[in-house]
Design a protein around this ligand. Structure first.
Ligand SMILES: *Cc1c(COP(=O)(O)O)cnc(C)c1O
Length: 418
């Protein structure tokens, strides 16, 4: 029987109800430690920024703070949650391609340490909004090295229409943006930031990114006397969903990145002092599960459906980008599969399918179905479609479970209606 944080999964389901999101903190802590132990250098300052959009709540942010990690936020809402968690705002990196005036003001008011500037117009706005500050704000410029590394393959493209950052080939505008930041009295230009994709399996994509980033920093220095103190390489480290996935071990990818950065830095004269990474998924998915109760089953011509008490409302990823998950039945982990089931939710959408044709032992109404690795980009992308309620979220560790986000009530659902 599967245990989560040393508590039997079926007991958790019984105590907290389903759908239930459960995080085994023992597993998550081991990933956090792998990052902090291995993303280290003798010659460079290193920082790990948790990309909080993967799973953002006060308890998660406090956990991140325990490990001395920085925090990446993209909106007023994510920033507000960090503030309410008591997180040190000077360690926040504020990302986003379309920050509003109010969001930038809010970030400056609470003392956000670094703003990641995405474009020339944003640099202009920031220059105006920082005019009256008493202490300057640090900035990184989001650039686009033209590497697309989503999923199994990575490609280097000269032509990229990404909405994020500024293309290397757009050198003139990049330089103009940096000059504008540099001449603003209350802005420090600190360096470059990039993010090449998500669920990246190929280490070579990161190595290529590092080469291109340091080379570009070298060009800026040589041609324009612009010094990048920091280089932020973004996130994208893969996690394990199904047997098709072979993520690079975290210790290995961290060591490779650090070593490559040290080498590339030397090549350009060693003026970069600080490197950063921004993992999200690989942290939030670690040791996470969603527990559902199996309801009715239905046999169609080609499918054996088993219906669960959640669906695309709490996990949109299969419908949105054909994400694959595995599942098992609590108490039947050791039984041999007897047939292929399609696990479907209760939303009024035929696309509301979490897993298609998965071999499982006999599933009976009332069984607890468990889908692992749902911690990243599921709760944060959840909706109230069909007015389904957001699930309860618990952290479990050493035999103790605590609620970190309570289940939405029916009254919560209509609380903003006037
Ligand atoms: C989403 C995002 C990340 C995190 O990506 P993961 O694949 O979850 O590790 C990091 N940096 C930026 C800028 C992002 O948009």
């Amino acid at each position: 029987m599967l245990e989560i944080g040393q508590v039997r999964a079926d007991e958790l389901a019984k105590k907290f109800g389903t759908p239930l999101m459960a995080f085994d903190l023992t597993v998550m802590r081991s990933i956090l430690r792998q990052y902090t132990d291995n993303f280290k250098s003798e010659t460079l300052k290193t920082d790990i920024i948790y990309a909080s959009k993967a799973f953002n709540c006060k308890a998660m942010i406090s956990l991140i703070e325990e490990y001395g990690m920085c925090l990446d936020v993209v909106s007023a809402g994510e920033l507000y949650t960090a503030q309410k968690a008591g997180y040190d705002c000077s360690k926040i990196y504020f990302h986003g391609n379309n920050k509003s005036i109010d969001e930038i003001k809010m970030a400056l008011d609470c003392g956000v340490g670094t703003i990641v500037v995405d474009s020339l117009p944003e640099a202009g706005l920031l220059s105006e909004l920082t005019a009256g500050l008493t202490s300057p704000v640090r900035t990184l410029l989001r650039v686009n090295p033209g590497i697309d590394a989503h999923t199994h393959k990575y490609i280097v493209t000269a032509h990229d229409d990404s909405k994020f950052g500024m293309l290397f080939s757009n050198e003139e505008e990049i330089v103009k943006t940096i000059r504008l930041l540099q001449k603003s009295p209350n802005i420090i230009f600190d360096g470059l930031d990039a993010h090449i994709g998500s669920q990246v399996f190929d280490k070579r994509a990161f190595i290529e990114e590092i080469r291109m980033m340091f080379e570009f920093a070298g060009l800026l220095k040589e041609k324009y006397e612009i010094t990048s103190n920091s280089i932020d390489l973004g996130g994208g480290f893969a996690t394990f969903y199904t047997d098709e996935d072979a993520p690079i071990p975290i210790d290995e990818v961290c060591q490779t990145i650090v070593q490559t950065c040290e080498e590339e830095n030397e090549k350009i004269g060693g003026f970069v002092n600080h490197i950063l990474i921004e993992p999200g998924r690989s942290i939030a998915a670690a040791g996470s599960y969603t527990l559902y109760t199996a309801g009715f089953t239905k046999k169609t011509l080609n499918k054996n459906y088993v219906f669960i008490d959640g669906g695309m409302s709490d996990n949109i990823r299969p419908a949105l980008y054909q994400a694959k998950y595995r599942a098992f039945v609590a108490g039947k982990e050791a039984q041999t599969p007897i047939k292929k089931y399609t696990i479907a939710g209760k939303c009024c959408e035929s696309g509301d399918i979490l897993i298609e044709d998965l071999s499982l032992p006999q599933v009976d109404t009332g069984d607890i179905l468990i889908i692992p690795a749902t911690g990243a980009y599921c709760y944060s992308m959840a909706s109230n479609y069909n007015k389904l309620q957001f699930p309860e979220v618990i952290f479990v560790e050493g035999g103790e479970a605590r609620v970190v986000i309570r289940r939405q009530t029916l009254d919560d659902l209509i609380s903003r209606e006037v």
